[in-house]
Write a protein that binds this ligand. Structure first.
Ligand SMILES: Cc1ncc(COP(=O)(O)O)c(C=O)c1O
Length: 411
């Protein structure tokens, strides 16, 4: 364990005594490089955060996606403070709920209505119920290695899962038209929906954008066989395209799920859908004790307003491409071949020909040591706070990391 992480480690030991696993899920130490990354955060501002030991990082994970405008954003803070002063959790929704549904129905291509929850999983799981209610069919298909949340039908891993939880779930290979045809030939008459992310971003692998022939086959097969297409835009939403990430690639979804970036860190998720599904949606009971809370919904309204005003997807793409091309050039000049994948706003750069990911882990650990927070096995995220100047600073820290671990990288 690095001596930089004394408080992180002490807190982890306390946590381990009273929390199963100490820290669970994607934040667990084993999900990055145990001992080489901090475990607990304290505060954040713009593109940076500080861990409990006072170490500062430029953050290229943005809280795993939610931070779209930058941490501790003054306009979001102002609006949430104003709304909070009136109260947050009531017996009823507030006008903000109606405003946000109106906004999404107008902003998201193909959407006529929206409902809200807290986490992405709330919406991906609810959307498959809507698809089953509408079509009267049972089966759901997803791409192999795609992540859609922590409910039993889709959670990675097998703890507490029984065979029946996944008995109605099929899978296909991302970007394989042949695999889609096979799936539809086998189960087309029983498929209520296919769930898809806008691009493929599995852990421990390069990201893959959808090929145009895959998108066309997807749209045509769904239309022909009465299968609903559900776009899981939880991770990509509002970073790639203001009108929904399907507009970037040509998917024609019936239901679209959002969370993460929607509230710039406030807990909110949404499912938007086509008019034809509104009655079916109204029959699928949906609620949660905190789901009508006003503050996150007001934060989402403000986040969308600012993202539109700043033409954010364009800015994230340009700055992300600057980051990626800078990293690739630095890799080349230091004799460490790197490869990149994914869109500029959500890039992933890794050491080439490194199937075990050991070199990649060493590089990211060295970057963290230099105050640049990079994830070794998961796509990264840009925010509006990652300006050209901050990208320059990222590249300086990245170069220092490359130099420091060059002997490990050339093993
Ligand atoms: C593509 C995708 N879908 C669904 C989810 C689940 O969202 P949540 O963790 O908010 O339940 C995630 C979370 O990372 C995700 O990346």
């Amino acid at each position: 364990m690095s001596p930089k992480y004394v408080k992180s480690m002490a807190l982890f030991q306390r946590a381990s005594a009273v929390i199963p696993g100490g820290i669970y899920g994607h934040a667990a130490p084993a999900a990055t490089v145990a001992g080489a990354f901090p475990y607990f955060a304290e505060r954040a501002e713009g593109s940076r955060y500080w861990d409990v030991d006072g170490n500062e990082y430029i953050d290229l994970m943005c809280g795993y996606g939610p931070i779209l405008l930058g941490y501790n954003h003054p306009e979001i803070n102002a609006v949430t403070a104003e709304v909070q002063a009136q109260g947050d959790c009531f017996n009823h929704p507030t006008e903000y709920t109606v405003q946000l549904a109106e906004r999404l129905a107008q902003q998201i291509e193909g959407a006529d209505w929206a409902v809200f929850g807290k986490n992405g999983t709330d919406m991906t799981s609810w959307s498959i119920r809507v698809a089953r209610e509408f079509t009267g069919k049972k089966r759901i298909a997803k791409a192999k290695q795609a992540y859609h949340g922590v409910d039993p039908w889709c959670v990675p891993g097998y703890g507490g899962i029984i065979a029946e939880d996944r008995a109605q779930i099929d899978s296909f290979v991302w970007n394989s038209v042949e695999s889609l045809h096979e799936l539809v030939k086998r189960e087309g008459e029983n498929l209520a929906a296919i769930m898809i992310t806008p691009f493929h971003h599995p852990n421990f692998a390069d990201s893959q954008l959808p090929n145009p022939d895959f998108v066309t086959a997807m749209n045509e097969l769904c239309e022909k066989h009465g299968i609903l297409l559900i776009l899981d835009d939880v991770r990509c939403g509002f970073r790639l395209h203001s009108n929904g990430s399907h507009c970037s690639f040509g998917f024609n979804p019936d239901l679209m799920c959002y969370s993460k970036a929607l509230g710039n860190g406030y807990p909110i998720s949404a499912c938007a859908g086509k008019r034809a599904l509104k009655v079916a949606a109204s029959k699928c009971f949906l609620t949660g004790s905190f789901w009508n809370a006003a503050v996150p919904i007001a934060a989402a309204l403000k986040t969308l307003e600012i993202a539109e005003r700043e033409n954010l997807p364009k800015q994230l793409k340009v700055n992300g491409e600057q980051l990626v091309s800078g990293m690739l050039a630095l890799g080349e000049s230091h004799g460490v071949p790197l490869q990149s994948s994914g869109p500029g706003a959500m890039p992933y750069v890794r050491v080439a020909e490194d199937t075990s990911f050991h070199k990649q882990q060493a590089l990211c650990a060295a970057a963290v040591e230099q105050g640049l927070y990079l994830h070794p096995h998961h796509n990264w995220f840009l925010s509006a706070a990652h300006t050209t100047g901050i990208i320059e600073e990222c590249l300086q820290r990245f170069e220092a990391a490359l130099k420091n671990c060059k002997s490990t990288l050339n093993l």
